[in-house]
Structures are given as C-alpha cells and as structure tokens.
Design a protein around this ligand. Structure first.
Ligand SMILES: *Cc1c(COP(=O)(O)O)cnc(C)c1O
Length: 973
C-alpha cells in the first residue's frame, strides 16, 4: 500500500518561485551576505535606516496590486490592449500608417543592442548609433534642402515651438509677434501658444490661402510658420512669402512632410530659414501619438543656436574620421538659464528607425512610395469629384478636405461602423489622408462612404488610367536627394541586416556590460516589458481616433497614473510630457498658473541650487522665471542658510525652488523637510526633480515630505530603455491644489485650466507606457521597494570597496551614499596628469561604459550601479577601477611618462595595436588585456580617442563624403 505524501514543495511555493523580482534585481540574498560586511552593516534594513532620514520615511507602504508573473502580466495587459480598436485611419494631421520593414523592426526596434544604449556622450563606444544619426541628419538636410539638421526633436509641435524661439534668437527684427498659418496642424498651433505666452511672444493665427499674406503685410513680426503641405491638404506656393518675410528681417519657418518633399520643391530651395516636422511615417507606428522622431533643420547662419543634439564628424587620435556629439549637446549644462532650449533626452531610437527606413528604401524607393500615395490621392479625388463631391483643396499630395453637407454625421457614422476613421475638420468638412499602407480596395471603400444615393460608384481602373496629378507643376522637385552611397547600397535584406548589425557591433549597450551612469539609472529593460509595445492594439492607434477606440490606452493611463501617485505621494499626474525636461516645463507652468490664479502673477523668481541639472534653469527660463542660483555647502548639501537668505531677499517675488532629491551629489539631505517649510512660508512652491526616484520608490515620497511638483523619468526609474538618447516619458506629478493646472490638450479633448498642451499628442509618448506598466505590475509594492534598497546597497558597496583607491566626494555623516556615488579623481591629476576623462576612456579598454563624467562636479566620475546589476558585474567593475588605479600609480612613480601611458592613449583600437611598429613604453598585451578575463571577452573600440576641439572648429554634420573615407583608408594602409 502506498502512503499519501504531502506535496513538497507546495504548489504555492512553486508558483512563487516564478517571481519576476528575482529576474529584475541582480543581487541575491547570499550576495547581500558578502556585500553588507564590506559596507559595515549587519542587514539591508539597518543600512537603509542609517541612510534615509527618519523624518521623510513613508508612513505606509505603497498600495499597488500584488506582483504577478511575466506571463500573467502579459495576459492582463493583452486584455487591456484588446479594449483598443484598431481602425483604418485616414485622419492624417501628422500621423500616418506606415510599414515598418521587418528587418528594421526586429533588428533595431526590438533589439537590445539598439534600445538599451545610452546617449552617445562617450563617442568611442557609440560610433554605430552616431553613424545612424548622421544618416538621419543627412536625410533631413537632403529632403528639406537645408544646410544643417539636428539628431531629433521630441515631436513636430515642440519642434515648431523651438523653430519659433530659434527664429527669435536669430533674426534682426525686434518684433515680438509670431505669425502662424491657420492650416498648420491644430496641435502644433496649441503647443506654440503654450510655449509663446511665458516668453512674451504674441502669436497671431491666420488662414493661409486668404489672410496670411495680408497679415504679413499688415503688421511687424519676427517669424512666420506655415505647413507644407497644409493640414487641409493644400500644396500652397509659399515661395513669395519667404522673400516677403526676409524684407522685414524676419524668419520664414516651414513644418514640412518629409515624404511629400521627395516630390515637392524643398523649402531650402526657396529660401526658407527653418524647417521642422515629424519623421513618423518613415517606419514608426502611430502608437497613439508617440514616440516618433521630429526633426529641426535650419540655414547655415543659424547653426550655432540650433537646439538639441547634433552629431558632428571629427577625427580620432589616429587621424581617422570619427563621429561625436557637437558642442551644443551640453548646452544646458554649460549655459544653464541662458540655454536656448531645455531639450535633453530626445528621440534617438525612432530617429535611427527613420534613418534606417531611408537607407532601406533609398531615394528611388522613397520616391516610389510618395508617388504611389500621390497617385492614389489623385484617383480618390477624381472619383469624389465625379460623384459630385466638392473638394476644398485643388492641389494635394496625400490629403483631401471634402466639403460635405447634411450628411456629414452619417458619413462619419458609416465610416466608424466599417472601421474607418476620417479627419474631422471645421463644420461640414471631412478630411482624408492616405499613406503607404493604402490599397486600391481602400479607395473603393472610401468612395462608398461618400457616394450619394443613386449616384454610380466610380470605377478604379477607368479613373486611374486618365487621372491627372494634383501636385502643382511649378512646385515639383527636380533636385536629387540621398545621393550618398549609404542610401544606395543596402537594398537587399542581407545587406541591410549586415549593415544594422555592423553598426550595433560598434557600440557598447546594456546587453554587453554595466552602464554605471550616475543620475541616469541604466537598469534592466526586461524583454517582457518591451514585448507589448509592438502589439498592433497599441502600435496602430491614431492619437486623434475617437475616444471609444482608445479605451485600452485610457485604462493603461489611469492605472499607471494611480500607481505613480502611490510611488510619489502626489495627488495628480499627467503623462503628456515626453521627456524629463518637458515634465519640468509642465510642472513650472503649473506653478506659474497657480500663482496667477491667486492674483500673485508677479511671483517670478525661481531659486535653483548650484548643483542642479542643467535642464532645471533652462526650464525655469522657458516659463519666464528669473533664475537665482543658491549655494551648496562643503558636504554637497543645499546650503540652507543661503537658501533662507535668498527666500527672504525675494520673498514677495518667490515663485518656486527647484531641488533634486536625493541631491545630484548622491546624498539624502536630512533637512529637506525644513527646506520645503521655509519655501512655503515665503509663498513659494517646491519643485523636486524626480530623476533620482530610484533611491526613493517605496521608501520616501516627495509629495509627502514637502514637494509640490515633481517630474519622473520613466526612462530612468521605470524601465523604459534609453534608446541611445530617447524616447523618454517625463510625467509631471503635483499636489492637490495644483491638479487643475496639469497640461490640457484641446485638440485631443482634454480641457485646460490655464496650461495648454505641452506635447503634440495628448498622451505624449503613449506607446512606451506599457513598459512602465509591466514593470510596476510584475514588481508590486514590495518588489519596487526591494529594488530601491538594493540600488542603495550596490552603490554603497562600490563606494566602500573603492574608498582606498578613489575617495567618494560626498556622503552623509555616517559615510553612506544614496543610490550613486561621486568618485573624486581630482587629486590624481597633480601627481600623474591623469584626468577623469582618461579613466573614462581607459575603462573602454576594460570593456566598460564610463560612469557620468564631470557632472555635477568637474573632475569626478558619478557611479550608479542600479539594482539590476549582478554582484559579479559590480566586482568586475571594481576590479577594473582598482587595476586602473594601479596603472595611475605607475605614472606617479615615473615608470610611464605623463604623456605616454595606457590612460592617455586609451582607448586602444585593434588597428593601433597590431601594426608592425610598437613604440609605447608598455606592452600591447597590457594595452588590450589589462585583466586576463578580457582575453576571452573583449570589446574592441572601432576608433581611438576623439578630438573634440577639431570637431567644434570644423562643424560638419552630414555623411562623410566617400572620397574622404577612401583617402583615410588609403592613408591607414
Ligand atoms: C535626466 C535628468 C533630467 C532631464 O531629463 P530628460 O528626460 O533627459 O529630459 C533632469 N534632471 C536630472 C537630475 C536628470 O538626471
């Protein structure tokens, strides 16, 4: 007889073993037993108690649903996604159907080599993505006919707003009036108005066909913006207007569709000054509004004030061409409140996809796509006219505005019932925008919607045989574009696949090594978090589709906001800002609107400590506040006495104080509550920059300890990958009395109370929100808290283990740091000549991405390991740092000269080591394999140290001409 055995392990235990938390957190319980003694703590709880000031600890745990497994979370999210209805969208207005080529979808968008990369500040390990971005810049310059373009903007509407301020900085006119054509996309006009108001810019809107030329003749202005083709579909001849603007020393700006520009005379050929727009239809799904890369291009004279990141071509230590970010890139950090823009995180991954789309299709392919869209539009138009429908626009590329009548509502109803979305225009007008995905059958479906009863349906074959073009004869493009070989060689999928792979292989991303970037939180971007973003139910939704089709997004938005409110202690959140900088901007607008509503509109002083991130003063400046910088004390804390003095000095004008918590110096300041109380006593509001939330989630909440507003960086704390420098999401979170001042979005149906739209789309970069949703859902409250505690543990472990080699600059009185530590390398310089930059470059030889270099303190490295790194990886990094310290000692001891040693010559390329000659005072083996483990796992940098000065003196931002590449290859032989 067999006995009945209890089930061991129990079913419950077996199910719990599948927890995602253990996949996300790299440190295991047995690791902690090794790490804690190094720090001198008995338990993790004791460590945390000694670091986080008791006064700010959360009163209660976060109320989040209990964690579920990856499979369960995916199933739950799939059900939510299912509430979105994918319709065929003809709404247009800046968002179009597109086919993402499979080879790009799988090998870029879904490939961690691309999406987990960091912003390319370390040029030597970022050549692949910078080549892709130079392709992007070249593509934009070629298609627009402009001299220079940056490497992406956040969306078309904010790019247009940046065009406005670029114009204002660059022209002679002293007017404060900016004219906008009424047939620009409505969301663009909204964002321009939001941005203009605090800067004292007056926006006047017209309709182009009638009143823009009149308006231009009737008043002074410093700039004009027109859409090309217009949102209604018209292809206006804007050429005379550009000349007219120049007569008044004003700038002519154009928001242009890149696909249309393959067929239309580009604005650069008729003397436009600034051109902007979106690249969405170059392979990025609509995703309910984002993320997509926008672009901004300008004439050569404006290039030194062009905002955003620009990839330039320079040379490396061996004289080879090398890409690197041009001077402007660090603009907010260098110029702060004098910066021209606050943009930091942009849209690199979508920009890479758009550039790859151009590489894949080439000029001929793009032209074919455009010609087909234009031809289908012409057939559609002819058919509509044949059935007696009146078209508002006689000229068109892809969009028609149809005058309808009594039957408007009926047509819309019929369309929606058939899964078709039409553009809603002014009363009794409907819009139809075609795109790459439109088929012949679609044209017939559209005709059927519009055909009056009793009228015969047009016949496609018949019409298409005798259709005439709707593109004006004199606006046809005659110039060539994308002539560089990169756009003309990777036609087969085999070639394309290898090109993408070859670029990815040049770079170091999280799929190869830890990226210990202080303030940037490069943690795991789990595959399960990434999978949902390309589900059609999320990807193929137009942001202005009827609300009834976006119920899944609605639920995602509501749940995620509720969870983030729990995590931050705030009362209300908007997910509209599409980067941290935009969250700052929206948060400061809320504060401004609040003061105005209370009759305190004169409050315009914003106090910002010296150590703040550059976006803080830049954002304050953009909302028209006056920045007053306050001091930090010797321990790196905000100098409370100085802040108090400043509050008193500016008491009746104090609008806000912006702090970062834990501070950018990596410490939990114990007096933060007191600081908030002082600010409140003077009638100011406290802005807590939430970029360091990875040290707080589950432990302390800014909304509880005195903050009034924060932004989060979901691309730091909440697992959205950096994508090589975007996309991001920068939710703005506020306390109760500021909730009414969260951004609105009239075009998207969100009512505003004083603060209008800050992004083109109502839900910003909506399509990447599933990533943060999945993270919260799979971690639960306990998991998120464990992540925070582990992040702090790991930072303290690194700081403790390196303290005899590189002292940590700032710590709390007990010697502990928060979730990051600043290693002070300044003392090394006198004895050895070695700088923090040399160490950063030498780390590449060891296979590491450098920590944050010289921010917030010049001459230091800021290390943030995050909770996701396994102990073995932390130790590998520590070993590398200690070995490098040993190398520095040999310079100090005079073994190697100060100017010729492995640090100064780092990073070492294979080519530089394998030549016939070797004259360095150290061996090639030491150069390449300073640790034995590197012999079997080596990252080879493709270039040597980049010469930044050369690049800044010779600003060159397009694909390198082949002749030069050939010359440099010859010289290398
Ligand atoms: C990253 C960061 C920002 C800016 O966020 P973006 O998303 O890059 O615009 C602001 N403040 C701090 C402290 C940051 O680390």
């Amino acid at each position: 007889m067999s006995t009945v055995l209890p089930l061991t392990p129990s079913l419950g235990d077996l199910e719990n073993a599948d927890e995602f938390i253990a996949r996300h957190v790299g440190i295991e319980p047995q690791d902690e037993a090794r790490m804690l003694p190094a720090i001198g703590s008995a338990t993790r709880a004791e460590l945390i108690d000694g670091i986080v000031p008791p006064a700010i600890r959360r009163a209660r745990p976060m109320r989040l649903p209990p964690a579920v497994t990856e499979a369960e979370a995916l199933a739950e999210l799939k059900a939510i996604a299912g509430k979105n209805k994918v319709a065929k969208s003809y709404i247009g207005q800046g968002y179009y159907g597109t086919h993402t080529p499979g080879v790009i979808l799988r090998n870029v968008l879904e490939n961690p080599a691309w999406y987990t990369a960091y912003t390319p500040y370390q040029a030597e390990i970022s050549q692949g993505r910078m080549e892709a971005l130079v392709n992007f810049q070249t593509m934009v310059c070629d298609l627009t006919g402009m001299a220079i373009a940056n490497a992406s903007m956040l969306d078309e509407a904010t790019a247009a707003a940046e065009a406005m301020t670029l114009a204002r900085r660059s022209v002679k006119s002293k007017s404060n009036v900016f004219l906008v054509s009424g047939d620009c996309h409505p969301q663009t006009i909204e964002v321009i108005k939001t941005r203009a108001a605090p800067l004292g810019i007056e926006v006047r809107v017209s309709t182009i066909s009638e009143t823009l030329p009149h308006l231009m003749a009737s008043c002074e202005f410093f700039g004009v913006l027109a859409q090309y083709p217009a949102t209604t579909g018209h292809v206006h001849d804007l050429r005379p207007l550009a000349g007219h603007a120049h007569q008044f020393d004003a700038a002519f700006c154009v928001a242009a569709d890149l696909l249309a520009l393959t067929m239309l005379t580009p604005p650069g050929e008729w003397d436009a000054d600034i051109v902007c727009g979106t690249t969405q239809r170059f392979g990025m799904p609509m995703g309910n509004g984002g993320p997509h890369a926008a672009y901004l291009a300008c004439r050569d004279d404006f290039k030194r004030s062009l905002p955003g990141r620009i990839v330039g071509v320079s040379v490396d230590a061996h004289g080879e061409p090398a890409y690197r970010l041009a001077l402007q890139t660090r603009e907010q950090h260098i110029r702060r409140e004098k910066a021209t823009s606050n943009i930091c995180t942009a849209q690199v991954l979508p920009a890479v996809i758009a550039s790859m789309y151009a590489v894949y299709h080439g000029p001929e392919g793009l032209k074919r796509i455009a010609q087909r869209v234009a031809a289908l539009t012409a057939v559609l138009a002819q058919g509509l006219e044949q059935m007696g429908r009146e078209l508002v626009n006689a000229t068109a590329f892809d969009t028609l505005t149809v005058k309808t009548g009594e039957d408007t509502a009926k047509i819309v109803e019929r369309a929606e019932a058939g899964g078709v979305n039409l553009g809603q225009r002014v009363q009794n007008h409907l819009g139809i925008s075609l795109d790459e995905t439109t088929t012949r059958a679609d044209i017939e479906t559209l005709w059927a919607l519009f055909v009056p009863t009793g009228t015969p349906m047009p016949r496609f074959e018949e019409l298409s045989a005798r259709v005439t073009s709707r593109i004006p004869e004199d606006l046809r493009r005659t110039s060539a574009f994308l002539t560089h070989p990169v756009f003309n060689t990777h036609k087969s999928e085999t070639a394309m696949l290898r090109y993408i792979r070859s670029l990815g292989d040049k770079d170091l991303a999280l799929d190869r090594s830890m990226i210990p970037l202080g303030s940037c939180t490069m943690k795991l971007n789990a595959t399960s978090e990434m999978i949902p973003i390309t589900w059609p139910e999320f990807a193929n939704i137009h942001p202005f589709a009827p609300a009834s089709q976006r119920l899944g997004y609605d639920q995602l938005d509501k749940q995620l906001r509720a969870w983030l409110c729990e995590a931050t202690g705030y009362a209300g959140i908007s997910l509209q800002p599409n980067a941290g900088s935009q969250g700052e901007y929206a948060g400061l607008l809320a504060i401004k609107a609040f003061h105005e509503a209370k009759g305190q509109g004169h409050r315009n002083v914003c106090l910002i400590p010296f150590s703040a991130h550059g976006t803080n003063p830049a954002s304050a400046h953009m909302v028209g506040m006056k920045v007053v910088v306050t001091a930090c004390d010797a321990e790196g804390n905000v100098d409370i006495d100085d802040l108090k003095r400043a509050c008193e000095a500016h008491s009746d004008k104090l609008a806000a104080v912006m702090i970062t918590y834990p501070s950018t110096h990596g410490v939990f300041e114990t007096r933060v509550k007191e600081l908030c109380e002082i600010v409140h006593a003077h009638g100011g509001r406290v802005y807590v920059d939430g970029a360091n939330m990875n040290a707080l989630v589950g432990i302390a909440a800014p909304g509880e300890f005195g903050g009034d507003v924060s932004h989060l960086n979901l691309h730091k704390t909440f697992c959205i990958p950096h994508g090589g420098g975007g996309p991001g999401v920068g939710p703005v979170c506020v306390v109760e009395d500021l909730v009414p001042y969260l951004p609105g979005h009239a075009t998207g149906g969100i009512a505003a109370n004083g603060v209008g739209a800050v992004s083109a789309a109502p839900l910003g970069n909506a399509a990447v929100l599933p990533i943060s949703w999945m993270y919260c859902r799979m971690m639960g409250a306990a998991g998120l808290k464990a992540a925070t505690e582990t992040a702090i543990l790991s930072a303290n472990y690194i700081s403790a283990r390196l303290k005899d080699h590189y002292p940590t600059l700032y710590s709390s009185p007990n010697g502990h740091v928060a979730h990051e530590c600043i290693l002070d390398l300044r003392p090394l310089k006198d004895a050895s000549g070695v700088t923090a930059e040399d160490v950063a470059k030498r780390l590449i030889d060891y296979g590491f991405h450098a920590p944050t270099l010289s921010f917030p303190v010049p001459g230091t490295l800021m290390v943030e390991p995050t909770e996701s790194e396994p102990l073995a990886e932390l130790d590998r990094f520590i070993d590398a740092m200690i070995a490098i310290r040993g190398e520095i000692r040999r310079i100090e001891e005079g073994v190697w000269p100060k100017e010729d040693n492995p640090l100064k010559n780092a990073p070492h390329t294979a080519a530089s080591l394998l030549g016939t000659e070797w004259t360095r005072p150290y061996s090639r083996e030491l150069a390449a394999f300073p640790l034995a483990t590197l012999k079997t796992a080596k990252y080879w940098p493709p270039i040597g140290r980049v010469d930044n000065v050369y690049g800044d003196r010779n600003l060159f931002c397009s694909c390198v001409p082949v002749a030069e590449l050939a010359a440099s290859a010859a010289s290398a032989e």
